[in-house]
Design a protein around this ligand. Structure first.
Ligand code: SF4
Length: 354
């Protein structure tokens, strides 16, 4: 008799649930493959689909239901294939090694994102190659390490943002990836309720990576949106360095602000301060991104999805950014932590007897 899924304690998914999630994973994987194909062979369409549709949806999804993304991310589906097919060596990383991977992920995030202005935002082929490189690294790690430990919860540069924004999700999803829990990451970001980047304090690497993303990201986002896309005018290394200046200034100011307010409110209110910085970061993102998607951006056509400038009044995108800001602060700061993890931990694997 099939075991049914139990939302409270976590158990095996029923065969019907597994089938449904597998179908959704395949559909989303095919969408991802289509976007990748467009990036490589029809770069203009690919850039529009990837940078101006998929990526702008992601932060909202992370805030509300990051577990859905964790279940269907096409890169995760690819990387976990060796494990699902029984081809993974299933090695376990130590807590320190996961901490080091988390730190590398945060540094990679801060290095890659400014390069969007210099290369990726206007270059579909470069974006496609970057995604292929990430998939090759992820799959290679999937052949060696257990479940999500090395990539999805380790080296993936998107993972620090998932942890920052996904601290108070709507509800826990079933875990559509891990058949059973091998305790491969401690604490498991998928299975720990109301996890924040600063929750894991096991090693200095965990602490630094958590602090860098919580304290630095809101200012970094502000600085990033104050740099125009200049892929066509990159002629020297100085032009590349230039795209880092504003994000780094914002990052530094943000770190100072977090440290300052942290001193004032003390350790008891650190979680609250973290949620305020998370809300500030995601609100800042949409404060700039919604106008640029609709043709009201600071830098002409940068990040344009559909040009409604002259079609709708200017106050409409402004009102939308006000609404998103109110929403994110209500959701992340005012709303009580609801003890929901991103996904429900599956049944622990039975220990092999000696
Ligand atoms: S649920 Fe268990 S097996 Fe899956 S990623 Fe988390 S710790 Fe690893």
């Amino acid at each position: 008799m099939p075991t049914t899924f139990n939302l409270k304690s976590g158990a095996d998914l029923s065969p019907r649930s597994i089938l449904i999630w597998r179908i959704i994973q395949i559909v989303v994987w095919l969408i991802g493959a289509t976007i990748l194909t467009c990036l490589l062979f029809f770069p203009k369409i690919g850039v529009l689909l990837f940078w101006n549709i998929l990526i702008p949806i992601a932060p909202f999804l992370f805030v509300v239901a990051v577990g859905v993304w964790r279940n269907v991310c096409p890169l995760a589906t690819t990387n976990l294939l060796p494990r699902h097919l029984g081809l993974s060596q299933r090695k376990k990383l130590t807590i320190k090694q996961v901490g080091i991977l988390n730190l590398i992920a945060v540094v990679a995030l801060y290095i890659i994102v400014p390069l969007r202005h210099a290369i990726f935002n206007n270059n579909g082929i470069a974006t496609g190659i970057m995604l292929i490189i990430m998939a090759v690294i992820g799959v290679s790690l999937g052949f060696i390490y257990e479940w999500k430990s090395a990539w999805c919860s380790g080296l993936c540069p998107v993972h620090p943002v998932e942890k920052l924004y996904g601290a108070n999700v709507l509800m826990s999803m079933p875990n559509a990836n891990c058949d059973n829990c091998q305790n491969c990451v401690i604490p498991c970001p998928d299975s720990t309720p109301n996890l924040t980047p600063t929750s894991a304090t096991k090693t200095i690497y965990h602490r630094i990576s958590g602090w860098l993303v919580v304290a630095g990201l809101p200012g970094f986002i502000w600085g990033w949106f104050n740099v125009p896309d200049n892929a066509n005018s990159i002629t020297s290394i100085n032009d590349i360095v230039a795209v880092y200046i504003n994000p780094l200034i914002g990052f530094g100011l943000s770190i100072i602000a977090y440290w300052f307010f942290g001193k004032i409110v003390g350790a008891d209110y650190e979680k609250r301060l973290t949620s305020i910085f998370a809300a500030a970061g995601v609100s800042m993102y949409y404060y700039y991104r919604i106008p640029s998607l609709l043709g009201f951006g600071k830098f002409n056509q940068d990040g344009l999805l559909v040009n409604l400038n002259g079609v709708i009044p200017e106050w409409v995108p402004q009102a939308l950014t006000l609404l998103t800001t109110i929403f994110f602060f209500s959701w992340l700061v005012v709303r009580k932590p609801n003890q929901a993890s991103w996904v429900i931990r599956p049944r622990f694997a039975e220990k092999k007897s000696a």
